[in-house]
Design a protein around this ligand. Structure first.
Ligand code: ADP
Length: 375
């Protein structure tokens, strides 16, 4: 293996995903997922990881660096950053904005520094691509003094994925990213939408934190802040309980008692009423964002579905976009239902908006950023 691959680490609260990928051709030499790290700790996860690299014949001399997926870069990180003590301290401080997401990433970076002391570690931020969102979409309409004091703004997440699929959509259509207005829909466990104009994002559904926007596996997405006041004042909620509700006990999980979309569809098909409601709420919210972002862009050339649900559930694509012919969107049912794992068009020839399914590849996108920042 030539010395050009990147070890990409995505450390979450319960698992450590890793991949050794060549940023030039996207070739993956080894990949895996160490589960339940909450119990055994990051040390054990790293040991398992290095064991897996050994078995795959990957040594640190094959690698140019380690790329870490970090959810929140705040206002400080508008691009990927080589990790030193100061950067690490800042990423740790940003846990204030992503209390469930940044700490495992920090833990992963610390352990990877110890494990691979001769390799540069690079933090790649989910928020970075949205750093220059227009003020109109980035700003919360709150007391300006409060906003300024807290540095409160809409940051957006999943930027690595939205940027990647927007560029891939352009490539698929034979255009440059700057020739295209596109709505990108990243539907995984977390979910977000973005409006992308001529290669730059102009709006996105996640905000200060990953709680805003679409209905997700365990998060509610958009909610009247009055609901939170009500829970605090009248329902015995304190901050910890509220945080747990918003992050873990809402969305599909809250409505149907299950957060995995496959389980949800099985429940819907077996006539489970709560699952039916959850599915309807999920699709309705998605449809609302599609409409909103078409308006934000003044019409789009393309729309992209990606991530676990976006790539694999034709029913969601169909239900979210049904009857939108007047907006230039017309799904071709047979194309939509055809199983495939590569980028494809699922709209009819007559559809003004090209509706695409584009598999995301966040690891490759992270690896490319690592190489760029080290260059
Ligand atoms: P994340 O990266 O946020 O963990 P993913 O992009 O892997 O999430 O998406 C996970 C979601 O996608 C889960 O809800 C899972 O059930 C759903 N999913 C993945 N594959 C399928 C499939 N073939 N059919 C239905 N849902 C799927």
């Amino acid at each position: 293996m030539p010395r050009q691959s990147v070890l990409v680490l995505n450390a979450g609260s319960s698992s450590l995903k890793y991949q050794v990928v060549d940023p030039l051709d996207g070739l993956v030499s080894t990949a895996g997922n160490v589960e339940r790290i909450a119990e055994s700790g990051m040390n054990a996860a790293l040991t398992q990881l290095t064991g897996a690299l050994d078995s795959a014949g990957v040594t640190s001399s094959d690698l140019v660096g380690v790329g870490h997926r970090v959810v929140h870069g705040g206002a400080r990180f508008t691009a990927a950053a080589v990790v030193d003590d100061a950067v690490l301290a800042e990423v740790e401080e940003l846990a204030r904005l992503a209390p469930l997401h940044n700490p495992p990433a920090v833990d992963g970076i610390r352990h990877a520094r110890a494990e691979f002391p001769d390799l540069p570690q690079v933090a790649v931020f989910d928020t970075a691509w949205f750093a220059d969102l227009p003020i109109a979409s980035a700003t919360y309409a709150l007391d300006a003094e409060v906003v300024a004091r807290g540095g409160l703004r809409r940051f957006g997440m999943h930027g690595t994925s939205h940027a990647y699929v927007a560029a891939e959509a352009a490539r698929f259509l034979g255009l440059a990213p700057t020739e295209l207005d596109v709505v990108t829909l990243h539907l995984g466990n977390g979910a977000s939408a973005a409006a992308v104009s001529r290669g730059r994002p102009v709006d996105t559904s996640m905000g200060l934190t990953p709680l805003e926007g679409l209905v997700m596996g365990t998060r509610a997405g958009d909610i009247d802040p009055g609901v939170l006041l009500h829970l605090l004042r009248h329902d015995g909620f304190d901050l910890d309980k509220l945080e747990d509700l918003l992050h873990h006990r809402s969305g599909l999980q809250g409505l149907a008692g299950l957060h995995d979309f496959r389980d949800l569809l099985n429940a819907v098909d077996s006539g489970d009423e709560r699952a039916g409601t959850a599915y309807a709420v999920y699709c309705h919210r998605l449809r609302k964002y599609v409409g909103a972002y078409l308006a934000v862009l003044g019409g789009a050339d393309a729309m992209v579905f990606t991530a676990g649900v976006g790539e694999n559930v034709p029913r969601v694509r169909e239900d979210a976009l049904r009857g939108l012919g007047a907006l230039g969107i017309e799904i071709a049912p047979e194309l939509n239902r055809a199983a495939s794992s590569i980028a494809r068009r699922i709209s009819s020839d007559g559809s003004r908006v090209a509706v695409l399914v584009v598999p995301t590849n966040e690891e490759l996108a992270i690896a490319r950023q690592v190489v760029d920042v080290l260059r």
